[in-house]
Ligand binder design. Structure first.
Ligand code: NAD
Length: 311
């Protein structure tokens, strides 16, 4: 498999490391508008290769070097500074996606390529990338709330004394401040979350839920405050999504893809089946009335931001 990564900053570098560690890519091409940065990252990762998977890693000097890519990961663009929201990045990163997508599409096989979008504000960038690329919605995949769902699972696992792998709990909607925790469908193993809490005599009160929601939504802000950016979690999330594609796993991930058409089209995260052809189905979990309402509001926010970027 050939994987190209566009944007080799904090996130792109972490993605490259995580992808290298999967051993699933035979060729990995790193592209950045700062060519020296991409060359340095390729050199550094090349040295790491002798300790893990010896894959072909090189820096691209031109977009034609990404030819033959099965998957192109887009991690370029401005990141949040302390105090900034993801939406604050909108206009800067619209310009970045508008620059990148035509170059990518001129050098890949549109019949098969999958794009994984990481740039924020994520859902609007997925909509823009899908529109500019003309690819089917299922092959323009935003990492969406994969990371938010991982944050939720981690917090729950620590509180419940169960492994993160046993917790099926999703964050839906925007990868941003309007994300929605789908408490209604959360399970530990096959046992509903409330039932699990009753049986283990470890109840989650309404106040605890509110605290967890705050921690999930605030995690990125805290990490950015402490280390300037977030990269390890998202690197692992991208590698997991790539693994699903490479192995045609058909696992359920909360990725962001465009659903609907015309004025009702919107990209947001729902549980989706991900395999070799990208997203093959988007599913609707059981939701409370409040969750359904919050999800509709999240969709409206994303759509309004998309409309604000103009043609
Ligand atoms: P960074 O500033 O460290 O790196 C960005 C890189 O993009 C730089 O190397 C820059 O040269 C490159 N770049 C910018 N415009 C380009 C262009 N037109 N063509 C090619 N390369 C270009 O930023 P970062 O911390 O790596 O963050 C990158 C993006 O990822 C941001 O938008 C950030 O908000 C986002 N992010 C998303 C998630 C998520 O869960 N989806 C998580 C963390 C960060």
């Amino acid at each position: 498999m050939k994987v190209s990564i566009i944007g080799i900053g904090s996130v792109g570098s972490a993605v490259a490391t995580a992808v290298q560690n999967t051993g699933l890519a035979r060729d990995m091409v790193l592209f950045d508008r700062d060519a020296m940065r991409a060359r340095a990252a390729a050199e550094d990762l090349g040295h790491a290769a002798s300790f893990c998977w010896d894959i072909n890693i090189r820096a691209a000097s031109h977009y034609r070097d990404i030819r033959g890519s099965d998957v192109v990961i887009i991690a370029a663009g401005a990141n949040q500074k302390p105090g900034e929201t993801r939406t604050d990045l909108l206009h800067k990163n619209v310009a970045v996606i508008r620059d990148i997508i035509p170059h990518v599409m001129a050098n890949v096989n549109a019949a098969t390529v999958k794009l994984i979008i990481v740039t924020n504000p994520l859902d609007v960038m997925v909509m823009l990338a899908q529109k500019l690329s003309g690819l089917p919605a299922g092959r323009v995949i935003g990492t969406g709330t994969m990371l938010d769902s991982a944050r939720l699972r981690t917090i729950l696992a620590r509180g419940l004394g169960a492994s993160t792998q046993s917790i099926n709990a999703y964050v839906l909607g925007e990868h941003g401040d309007s994300s929605v925790i789908n408490w209604t469908s959360a399970t530990v193993g096959a046992i509903g979350l409330d039932d699990f809490c009753r049986q283990t005599k470890n109840p989650i009160t309404a106040a605890t839920r509110r605290t967890i929601e705050y921690r999930v939504r605030n995690a990125a802000y805290e990490i950015i405050q402490g280390r300037g950016a977030t990269w390890d979690g998202i690197g692992a999330a991208v590698a997991d999504c790539l693994t699903c594609i490479a192995r045609d796993e058909h696992r359920i991930l909360t990725v962001s893809t465009v659903t609907g058409t015309g004025r009702t089209a919107v990209a947001l995260s729902m549980p989706a089946i991900v395999g070799a052809d990208g997203v093959s189905a988007v599913l609707t979990p059981k939701m409370s009335a409040a969750e359904t309402k919050a999800l509709a509001q999240s969709a409206r926010i994303i759509r309004t931001n998309f409309d604000a970027i103009g043609k």
